[in-house]
Ligand binder design. Structure first.
Ligand code: ZN
Ligand code: ZN
Length: 814
């Protein structure tokens, strides 16, 4: 809306961020500026940021870097005229909060609300456009009632089950870890060496969803690195089950992705736990085999995977290689794990390094069956030859000799299939999700064990199963939940028959709490449903989700799985929760990650006290490209503060008489265009740089600033520095909030003198045009052309030739 005429003040009032920011934060709260009416309002836009773990005294600068970048994007969408819903909450259950409570010697039920309160205070100070009326706290019974409900929905669908499983156990955190939480055999959280334990655990059948979780990735507008991380985690591999006959025993089936190397398979190996071992072992080898199995039992799976020394023992049995027809020995070895594939593999020492070492240890024959184009097929191998190029071909493989590897992979399986010795299979690496935690600080899993009825789900109208307040909440080495020490809590009548029964004492994984919080936000004030169907349909899926890359695999995958499961149960009409996801970068300081132990942590409160939230926000975004992060330096913030001071001065000194300067207006419109392009692409640092450049032009030579030259600048800077923008907008006579004022449009006519339009052809066919500066070079025009999807899709690989007619035409010959 157009500002009314405002008299020019004789003197510029001082820019006092502390007072100004407090005033505007209070006005936003009073007027509900940041709480959109969710049932009305045009063009709903759901801007989501990853909610924090309140597992420390306060938010650190990295959190605020993440939130500010998301907030700028949300505020920009709002200035575009959309109804933006930007909620926040606290991921307050789980091991992070519990471990922090243990560390400081407090009870998590007392400490967590205190931390949450401090986080809230800091988030308010940072001036985020948060709808506080929809806050969620995952440790609050009003939230975890529905986390338990969610468990029951999956249980009803047959997607939750319990089994005894070898699980990753962190001896220091005293908890079970998901495979995803184990990095190179160590606890992701505390770096302790992870052990294996056999425990009864609840699992969700994520593996059943692997093909869909993989296929849908193609439809998502996500950072490519995140999409790739998801693909890798799901880990699809095409291979075959190949059958090896064993005399007087069952067949051994192996999984392989390299059936083309079968002519080089000179033995078969079973996992020591393989059920066939006891059947095939010969009497003379039984003692050796038993001893080996005993030794393996004392080892955990991690150690078995990373063991440098290849060990094993011959079973005395022989199997028939279905390709060569030759009898080959059957071994057992601890590097083969029962959980992977079929628990049996073929040994191909010529083309697998692990097998090569095994063959050397036990003097087993090495046969070369794949060679590169220029290789001497008769030279002995000094290490395994992994297929490197598509031109590699088979040798020593009967009728498949000379066939290229890619073709042979299929042909060998087809040939074996005709002889009933193989079947093509697709294997996924994605395991089921272990959601049990033998800890205290989480939602109790809503199951009751009855001697007569078996496991009985807690009826939905009896939810929540409230986590009792107990003093001895600390985990111990038993691997049993602390809740199991409390008879008075876990003894309850069976909901079905009334017989005295006991509650499940495990609580669920924190990742379950966060796997559905985005569904809860719009309905956070509803106590009768987890999420309102109509409201969910209106607001979801999430329009843009911004968060850390450390959650690129776990949290996003679990959220996708839960959304699919709820979709399949008829609760949701979509199956992907996040339309667009962007990962932000990290803030480091002096080249190192900030940490208390390094003493290089920056306290955001102090910076806001000194410079104001607007300068703090803008400075964080100026440190580097948002998706890459930046290196924090103490000195830089003064320049950003000066930039805001100058905007403040320009606004308050501005005049309405006369006309705006043409060359300044041209610069203004070029700036509007630049900022309008940069913000949606999260190019915040370059948007700020462009505005700074404009302010230099605006203030050059102490010239008088016309209001028309500065008013759109206030709108441009508003997403970054919302408080000062509001105050300036009000001073210039703008009504209501600057965030309801719309986004300034740039006048292309004003840019004409600086830019030209160039036609872009690919191989002589016109595929589009680009607008570039008058003196753009061939490289400039080509680079600009590649930013357009409709042109870029035709440019595959290196162009053969580029023809450039300055000012008119670029022809790329592929
Ligand atoms: Zn640990
Ligand atoms: Zn019963």
């Amino acid at each position: 809306m157009p500002p009314s005429d405002t008299p020019v003040l004789p003197e510029t009032p001082a820019y006092d961020p502390a007072a100004l920011e407090a005033t505007w934060q209070q006005r936003w709260a009073e007027q509900g500026t940041n709480s959109p009416e969710l049932w009305q309002g045009q063009d709903p836009y759901y801007q989501l940021m990853m909610f924090p773990y309140p597992s420390a005294e306060g938010l650190h600068i990295g959190n605020l870097f993440a939130f500010t970048g998301a907030d700028i994007h949300g505020r920009y969408q709002r200035l575009q005229g959309k109804t933006v819903f930007q909620p926040i909450g606290f991921d307050s259950f789980g091991i992070h909060s519990e471990n922090f409570a243990i560390k400081v010697g407090a009870h998590p039920a007392i400490l967590t609300p205190r931390n949450v309160e401090n986080f809230r205070r800091q988030l308010h100070r940072a001036g985020l456009m948060v709808d506080w009326s929809k806050e969620v706290v995952t440790s609050d019974p009003s939230y975890y009632k529905w986390t338990q409900w969610l468990f029951l929905q999956l249980y009803k669908q047959g997607l939750a089950y319990k089994k005894a499983a070898a699980v990753n156990w962190c001896p220091s955190c005293k908890t079970v870890l998901a495979n995803e939480q184990v990095k190179d055999g160590h606890c992701e959280r505390c770096d302790s060496l992870v052990e294996q334990r056999l425990l009864e655990q609840w699992f969700f059948r994520t593996s059943q969803y692997a093909p869909r979780l993989l296929d849908n990735i193609a439809t998502l507008d996500w950072s490519e690195s995140t999409r790739q991380a998801q693909r890798n985690w799901i880990g699809r591999s095409e291979g075959a089950h190949v059958t090896f006959r064993v005399a007087n025993a069952h067949d051994v089936t192996v999984f392989t992705t390299r059936a083309d190397t079968i002519f080089g398979a000179t033995w078969v190996v079973l996992a020591p736990e393989h059920p066939l071992v006891s059947e095939i072992v010969t009497p003379s080898q039984r003692a050796a085999v038993d001893a080996y199995i005993d030794r393996t039992r004392t080892q955990d799976v991690v150690a078995r995977k990373v063991n440098k020394e290849k060990t094993g023992v011959f079973t005395g049995a022989e199997a028939i290689n279905p390709a060569t027809g030759k009898a080959i020995p059957v071994w057992i070895a601890d590097y083969v794990l029962m959980e992977y594939g079929t628990g049996a593999v073929m040994g191909v020492p010529g083309h697998d390094q692990r097998d090569f070492e095994f063959a050397q240890n036990f003097a087993l024959p090495i046969v070369r069956v794949v060679v590169g184009v220029d290789d001497d097929a008769t030279a002995p191998l000094t290490e395994a030859y992994a297929a490197k190029a598509d031109t590699d071909r088979l040798v020593n493989s009967a009728q498949f000799d000379e066939m290229p590897v890619p073709e042979a992979k299929k042909a060998v399986v087809a040939w074996l299939e005709e002889r009933f010795s193989a079947a093509p299979v697709v294997n996924y690496r994605l395991n089921d999700w272990c959601i049990s935690r033998q800890r205290y600080w989480g939602p109790p899993i809503p199951i009751i064990y009855c001697d007569s009825c078996g496991p009985v789900p807690v009826p939905e109208d009896q939810l929540p199963v409230v986590l009792p307040l107990i003093e001895d909440f600390r985990p111990d080495d038993s691997g049993i939940s602390p809740l199991a020490r409390h008879d008075e809590w876990y003894r309850v009548p069976c909901p079905t028959c009334g017989e005295m029964s006991r509650r499940e004492t495990d609580v669920s994984d924190t990742f379950l709490d966060s796997s559905w919080y985005f569904l809860r936000y719009p309905s956070a004030d509803r106590s009768d449903v987890a999420f309102d169907a109509a409201l969910t349909q209106r607001w979801l899926p999430v329009s843009t989700y911004i968060g850390g890359n450390e959650h690129a695999v776990l949290h996003l995958l679990y959220s996708r799985f839960i959304t699919m499961a709820l979709h399949d149960a008829g609760h949701l009409d979509f199956e992907e929760p996040f339309t667009r996801f962007r990962a932000h970068g990290m803030i480091i300081r002096d080249g190192a990650k900030m940490s208390k132990s390094k003493g290089n942590v920056v306290n955001p409160d102090e910076l806001i006290d000194r410079w104001g939230a607007d300068a703090f926000r803008t400075y964080l975004m100026f440190l580097g490209p948002y998706e890459e992060g930046g290196d924090y330096r103490d000195s830089g913030i003064t320049g950003v503060r000066r930039f805001l001071d100058r905007i403040w001065g320009s606004v308050h000194d501005s005049v309405i008489t006369g006309a705006a300067d043409d060359s300044v207006l041209r610069k203004l419109h070029a700036t509007i265009r630049k900022v309008s392009e940069d913000i949606p692409a999260l190019g915040y640092n370059t948007a700020i740089a462009a505005m700074m450049e404009y302010v230099n032009v605006l203030r050059a030579n102490e010239r008088a600033v016309h209001r028309d030259e500065v008013l759109p600048l206030v709108q441009l800077v508003a997403p970054f520095a919302p408080h000062i923008a509001e105050a300036c907008w009000e001073f210039l006579g703008g009504a209501r909030s600057v965030f309801d004022s719309g986004w300034p449009a740039f006048d292309a006519a004003l840019l004409v003198s600086d830019t030209i339009t160039v036609a872009v052809q690919i191989g002589g066919k016109t595929r589009g045009t680009v607008t570039v500066s008058k003196d753009a070079t061939q490289a400039d025009v080509f680079a600009e052309a590649l930013t357009q999807v409709n042109i870029a899709k035709f440019v595959v690989g290196e162009p053969k030739k580029i023809i450039f007619i300055p000012g008119r035409l670029l022809n790329v010959v592929m």
